[in-house]
Each structure stands twice: as C-alpha cells, then as structure tokens.
Write a protein that binds this ligand. Structure first.
Ligand SMILES: [Zn+2]
Length: 357
C-alpha cells in the first residue's frame, strides 16, 4: 500500500515535536527528528503519546522486509487527547486513549500504513475514529503496550476454540506473542496440559507429531524454519496456526495450499470469516491438518486485553523489560538494525513522557 498525498503532506520538518522518523527510502532504523503536524482538521484528534511499543512487525518494516509506508511507526501504546478539530469533541480532551491498529473494513493500519505513535504527538485521522478506545484508568501506561499483541492472542484463541480443544501446544518463535500465549494458555484453553516454546537455537522440546496445536510466531526470516517444524510437529487432526506476518509466497511443506494470505485476510480485525479455517491433508503421510490464521483484533478484544492486563498487572509486567527514553530507543533500534548488539529486550517500550526537556 502506498502513502496517499494527504498522509505525506501532514508532516513537515521543523521545531514541533520529536518523532522517530524512518529514513527517506524506507529501509533503516528511525532517526529522532523534529517534525510538525498542522492543527487538527475537523474530526481529527491530536494526542500526546505516553508510551509506545516496538514489536517484531516494526523491526521487519525498518529492515525493509515489509512494504508498509508510514513515516512514523507505532501501533501499540496509548496517548492523551490534547487538541481536537471539532468543538463537539472537546469532552475528549484529557482522556487516555488507544487506537486499534487494524480496521477490519478498510484494512488500514494505524502505525503501519498511517503514521503512528513513535512520536511525542500523533494524529488520529477522522476515518480511524471508530477505532479509538478508552484506556482503563488503572492500566499502567507501560503495560498498555502489551494490549494490542494480547488482543491478537485473544483473536487467535477464538479461532482455535472454534475447531479444537488443544492439549499440547508448540510455539515456534520466542518473541512477545510466544511469551503472551504461554502466559495465558491455561486461561484460554482449559484443556491444555503442556506448552513448549521452540526457537531456532533451541529445539530440544521439539517432538515430531507430538502436538495438537502448532503456532508459527517467529520472525519473517525464520518462517521457513518454523513452517517445516510446525507441520511436522502436529499429530493427526492437529491445528497449524499462522500468527503474524509471513514472507510472500511462503509454502507449507507437504500441504497443498498456497492461499495463506487470503486465509489470514478473511479473519481480519477479530471477524471470523465464513470459513475461518481450512482442512488439508499432508501429501506424504495422509495426516489431516487444520490450517488457521488471522490479522489484528476487534475493538472488543482490545478492550478485553486492556482489562486482563489491568487485573493481572504483575503477571504481565516481566514481559515489558525495557522502557526507555526516545533518544535511547533511537540508539537501541540503530544497534539492532546494524547487528551491533544482540537484542536485550522482548518488548521495547518508548516513554515519550521523558522526552520533555
Ligand atoms: Zn505489533
């Protein structure tokens, strides 16, 4: 998707607020830059970012493996409404809000194709107003960056429960999604006895045909590895779940199915398509494998995620192990991008409250 005229024209350089701006050609770590938005147009909200999260998708966009075109990323986190374009919206001023990044109807993605929260002030365009949600007053701003990935985990659970009661789950990948699924698995699937995390460097717990739910939640560059093992990990009748972004043209070994993108697209924004899963047969050994996947979550699930995190803050806190100043985030992202240091964080938070001099 390419950026529209109106989106590029909303940003100008100059003394306004600091933003982690992507380099001109789209590939590379963001640079902390002063930019300006015009005053809000009717229906727009301008919000002050509290904390914005960085997720695996963002890192893939920085590294050029995905084509999203927003100049400022950031789809996780929360802000406070500061200025509004219409007098009727004045009651919103001062409210803490989050934006559901995935619009089930238009596919627009706040923080991917539309400028997001990795900046001190962000704009909610009028056409995204139906995706604006109140953040519970008791929700810790740092933990709020987990709400969007947790909502996506809730969407995953809804789809899996429509076809299966998993007992043994294998998670391929060790990012935030794998950690979150492990934290809430017992709660979401009462049938679960065992959850194992399998990563490229550590496949000790891997067992061929030992699981009834395989979840591909690795980074894009590990997707081929994850696809191979996750198919082979399943017992007859097991569910293969495609969680998160996949490289274009990815084929699942020994499963004659190439329409992965449309399977995920029909379960967008928490909507279950009229056929949310596909039943396939392994071409070599005849096992039946149920394929499932989704993109994003609904407003309802995002609210539910915020409530769960509010209720069990201490349960989720260990996942947010690094919340830093925007200047430090710029350095960490540059290092991660240039491979200068091994990433120390699972979920990085950028605290824009600290950017005030
Ligand atoms: Zn994300």
């Amino acid at each position: 998707m390419s950026m529209t005229e109106s989106e590029t024209s909303t940003l100008t350089y100059g003394r306004g607020h600091s933003a982690l701006l992507r380099p001109e050609l789209g590939r590379g770590a963001p640079v902390l830059t002063q930019i300006k938005h015009p005053p809000p147009a009717p229906g727009e909200l301008i919000c002050r970012t509290l904390v914005a999260g960085v997720c695996g998708t963002d890192l893939q966009i920085f590294s050029g493996t995905r084509g999203e075109t927003a100049q400022v990323l950031g789809h996780e986190g929360l802000g406070v409404v500061e200025t509004v374009g219409l007098p009727a919206d004045k009651p919103l001023i001062g409210k803490r809000i989050a934006v559901n990044p995935t619009d089930a109807k238009t596919g627009a993605e706040f923080g991917h194709s539309i400028n997001g929260m990795m900046q001190e002030l962000f704009v909610v365009p009028q056409r995204l107003r139906h995706l604006v949600l109140d953040v519970p007053a008791e929700l810790d701003a740092e933990l709020a960056i987990l709400a969007e990935p947790l909502a996506s985990v809730l969407a995953f659970a809804t789809i899996v429960r429509s076809v299966s009661r998993p007992r043994r789950i294998a998670l391929f990948g060790r990012g935030t999604i794998a950690h979150l699924i492990r934290l809430v698995a017992q709660d979401l699937f009462p049938s679960v006895k065992d959850v194992v995390v399998i990563s490229r460097g550590d496949s000790q717990s891997y067992e061929p045909q030992g699981f009834d739910l395989s979840v591909m939640c690795s980074s894009i560059d590990a997707a081929d590895w994850a696809a191979n093992l996750s198919v082979e990990a399943l017992s007859d009748g097991g569910v293969l779940y495609l969680f998160g972004g996949l490289p274009p043209g990815l084929l699942l070994p020994s499963l004659a199915y190439s329409d992965i993108g449309s399977l995920r697209a029909r379960n967008t924004g928490g909507e279950l398509g009229n056929k949310p899963t596909e039943t396939l047969q392994h071409v070599k050994d005849g096992r039946v494998i149920v394929l499932a996947g989704h993109r994003g979550a609904s407003n309802t699930l995002l609210l539910e995620a915020m409530q769960r995190i509010t209720r069990s803050a201490e349960h989720f806190r260990p996942l947010v192990n690094q919340v830093v100043h925007p200047r430090e985030a710029e350095r960490l992202l540059k290092n991660a991008f240039e491979g200068l240091s091994t990433r120390q964080w699972t979920k990085l938070g950028i605290d824009f409250r600290r950017s005030k001099k």
